[in-house]
Write a protein that binds this ligand. Structure first.
Ligand code: FES
Ligand SMILES: [Fe+2]
Length: 326
C-alpha cells in the first residue's frame, strides 16, 4: 500500500482553482447612477461598468476594439452607450458597436455580432448581478428568488462588505465544517450538520434548523439563522476579484418586529452575532474569527480528516462542477 503523504507548506498552494462560473453581485445598484462609469476588477481581469439613460447596466471588457483605448479612463456615457475617449466609437451594454462618428461603413464583424465582450447582467434586490463564465457561455441557472427581499414588512436591508484573502470554495467550506464552530467560534457544542447536493444548489442545516442555508452556484448563498421562532436572513454574495481575493458582500434583513419586542431583540442579536464578537454567550461571527484563518490558510487537496469532521468532501465535490478551463 502506498504511504500517505502529508504535504508541507511549500508544496501547497493557497487557492489552486480557476474562477468558477455563476452569478455574482458586482455592485450595489445605488453605487451606479445613470451616466456613471466604474472600473471594476473581477474574475481576474478589468471590466468597465456603466449605466445608460434607460437604466440599463453594461459590464464589458474595458479595451476598445478599435485601437485599444481604455473605456473606463476618459470614456463617457452617451444615451445608453459607452463612448470611447479616443475616437468616439460607441458601444451598447451588450457590446454592439452602435456608432462610428466619422466612418460610413461599419467593419464587417461589427455588423454581425457584439465586438466588445460583455457579461449578462440582471438587477434584483437593488443588487447588480453578472453572469460570468470563462468561455462566455450563457447562464445555466437563475438568480434565486429570495422572499424576504421582495416582501413588505421587513427592515431595510443592511449591507456589509469584506475583502477576504481567499477563494469562494475555501470560504464556503465553513458551512460544512461543524467542528470549527466549537473551537474557532466558541459554540458550546459541536452542532450536527446535514448537507446535500442538488444540481447547482448545495443545501445545509447546522444544529437541526438553527442555521439553514442554500448555495446557488459558487457566488450566492441564502442563509437563515433561526431562533425562538425568529428568522434572520443573511444573503451572502461573493465576487471573485482574482483567484486569491474575494469581495464578500452580505445583505441582512428580518421582519420589522416592533422596537423593544422580544422578537426584535432576538433578531438583532442574531444579526450582531453572525458578524461580530460573541459577548460571552453565543458563538462569535465570521469577522472576528474566520477572517484570520481564511487570509492565511493554504488548501489541502488531501486533508487529514477524522471521524468528527463534517461533510468537507461533499462540499468540494459540489464546488468542482463550476470549474471549467478557459
Ligand atoms: S480606440 Fe476606441 S474609438 Fe478608437
Ligand atoms: Fe466560520
Amino acid at each position: 500500500m502506498k504511504d500517505q503523504i502529508v504535504q508541507t507548506s511549500t508544496e501547497l498552494e493557497r487557492c489552486p482553482f480557476p474562477i468558477p462560473y455563476g452569478w455574482y453581485v458586482i455592485e450595489l445598484s445605488e453605487n451606479l447612477a445613470v451616466g456613471d462609469i466604474q472600473n471594476v476588477e473581477a474574475f481576474d481581469q478589468q471590466w468597465v461598468m456603466f449605466r445608460g439613460e434607460d437604466g440599463s447596466v453594461g459590464v464589458t471588457d474595458p479595451i476598445c476594439p478599435h485601437l485599444g483605448a481604455h473605456l473606463g479612463h476618459g470614456g463617457k456615457v452617451v444615451g445608453n452607450n459607452i463612448r470611447c475617449p479616443f475616437h468616439h466609437w460607441e458601444y451598447d451594454h451588450q457590446g454592439w458597436c452602435k456608432k462610428i462618428p466619422y466612418g460610413k461603413v461599419m467593419p464587417g464583424i461589427a455588423k454581425k455580432k457584439p465586438i466588445l465582450r460583455s457579461l449578462p447582467t440582471q438587477e434584483r434586490y437593488d443588487l447588480i448581478f453578472v453572469w460570468y463564465h470563462p468561455k462566455g457561455e450563457e447562464p445555466t441557472f437563475e438568480v434565486p428568488t429570495i422572499p424576504e427581499l421582495e416582501s413588505e414588512g421587513y427592515i431595510p436591508v443592511r449591507h456589509g462588505q469584506w475583502d477576504i484573502g481567499t477563494c469562494l470554495q475555501e470560504i464556503g467550506e465553513n458551512s460544512v465544517d461543524n467542528a470549527h464552530l466549537k473551537f474557532l467560534h466558541g459554540s458550546p457544542v459541536i452542532p450536527p450538520v446535514e448537507a446535500s447536493i442538488d444540481g447547482h444548489n448545495f443545501n445545509f442545516d447546522i444544529g437541526g434548523g438553527y442555521i439553514v442555508g442554500k448555495c446557488h452556484g459558487a457566488g450566492i448563498q441564502e442563509l437563515r439563522h433561526n431562533q425562538q421562532g425568529v428568522s434572520m436572513l443573511m444573503f451572502s454574495t461573493g465576487l471573485p476579484v482574482n483567484p486569491e481575493l474575494t469581495r464578500t458582500r452580505m445583505h441582512f434583513t428580518f421582519k420589522d418586529y416592533p422596537e423593544g419586542s422580544k422578537e426584535r431583540n432576538v433578531a438583532e442579536t442574531l444579526y450582531q452575532h453572525s458578524i461580530g464578537e460573541a459577548e460571552g454567550k453565543d458563538s462569535a461571527g465570521f469577522e472576528s474569527v474566520d477572517m484570520l484563518v481564511w487570509n492565511n490558510k493554504k488548501y489541502r487537496p488531501e486533508p487529514l480528516l477524522c471521524d468528527g469532521d463534517g461533510p468537507i468532501q461533499l462540499w468540494r465535490k459540489f464546488s468542482q462542477q463550476f470549474y471549467v478551463d478557459a
